[in-house]
Design a protein around this ligand. Structure first.
Ligand SMILES: [Zn+2]
Length: 302
């Protein structure tokens, strides 16, 4: 049981309408991202929450995910916090009031748990289902309840999903490749979660142009999803209350990763022909850049 209070829903609806054009918590379809983001600096709204300190990541595989697909995702998550890419994220901070100490985002990002869901709600999900899926994993003890964490619901390639009706009217693969928001669990605790899916049904919209037939780890859908997962994780940490009190955003409501969606910096070519720009854990990846708040520009590493 998840109770999204009417107050929370009203706040979320306000946040949505004030940033309606950009729908700042979603990773848009390639080619549909707002223009003129590059000239728009990002700023911090002092006092707004940021996930500083160790961040736990929980993965919920919804539907069919093979062990090799899970291995790609989990190797990626395990190494992201100590990567050169995450060094950009570590330039973001929390500050209680102007003049008080800045607490910067750290490099401890842990894969703290995984769970599977064998299509318990079918292959056509409403965004309202995602908080319930998380709640059910908490209730069963499969995953802990954790407020300094990001829960990812990762949908298999044969699953469709539409965003929570209180947040708008949009669908995975048609309007977005992922998103991150928050929900209130039955305990009353607010937790942060993200949706990303295997975009086999919309590679032209959610996969890098160069990697729609080949990809660094031999799975074009999962490899494409990694960039979306990185996008949502960076945003969920620097702006966890995307649907409430905003932390880091630009004056159009775009979050850090939004500003660099589908830009990759300098890439290399693997022997199978796939493009990549980063690597760790014995694997290569093609991951979008992130916005460096000091340089006020997209960057691949810092
Ligand atoms: Zn985004």
């Amino acid at each position: 049981m998840v109770s999204v209070t009417s107050i929370f829903a009203a706040v979320a609806a306000l946040a949505f309408s004030s940033a309606a054009a950009g729908r700042s918590f979603i990773a848009p379809i390639r080619g549909k991202q707002p223009s003129s983001l590059a000239s728009n600096p990002i700023h911090y709204n002092i006092g707004a929450p940021v996930l500083t300190g160790p961040v736990n990541v929980y993965l919920i595989y919804y539907g069919s995910w093979s062990s090799s697909q899970k291995s790609i995702v989990e190797t990626f998550i395990k190494g992201i916090g100590t990567s050169k890419w995450w060094n950009i994220e570590r330039k973001y901070y929390f500050q209680r009031s102007s003049g008080s100490t800045k607490t910067f985002i750290g490099n401890q990002v842990s894969l703290a748990g995984t769970a599977t869901d064998n299509y318990s709600l079918g292959t056509s999900l409403s965004g309202n289902d995602l908080p319930n899926i998380i709640q059910s994993k908490v209730d069963s003890g499969a995953l802990p309840e954790d407020t300094n964490a990001v829960y990812f619901v990762l949908t298999a390639g044969d699953v469709s999903e539409s965003i929570r009706p209180d947040l708008g009217s949009a669908s995975f693969c048609s309007d977005y490749c992922g998103y991150h928001v928050s929900t209130t669990l039955s305990s009353g605790n607010r937790v942060f979660y993200a949706m990303a899916g295997n975009p086999t049904a919309c590679l032209s919209g959610c996969a890098p142009p160069s990697n729609q037939n080949v990809s660094p780890n031999g799975d074009v859908g999962v490899d494409a999803a990694l960039s979306v997962i990185a996008h949502e994780l960076a945003e969920a940490v620097s702006d966890p209350q995307s649907d409430g009190t905003r932390a880091w955003e630009d004056n159009s409501g775009a979050e850090n990763a939004d500003k660099c969606a589908y830009t990759y910096g300098t890439t290399s070519r693997a022997s199978n022909g796939a493009s990549f720009n980063l690597g760790w854990g014995g694997r290569n990846y093609l991951i979008q850049q992130n916005w460096d708040p000091v340089k006020q520009a997209c960057a691949l590493t810092a």
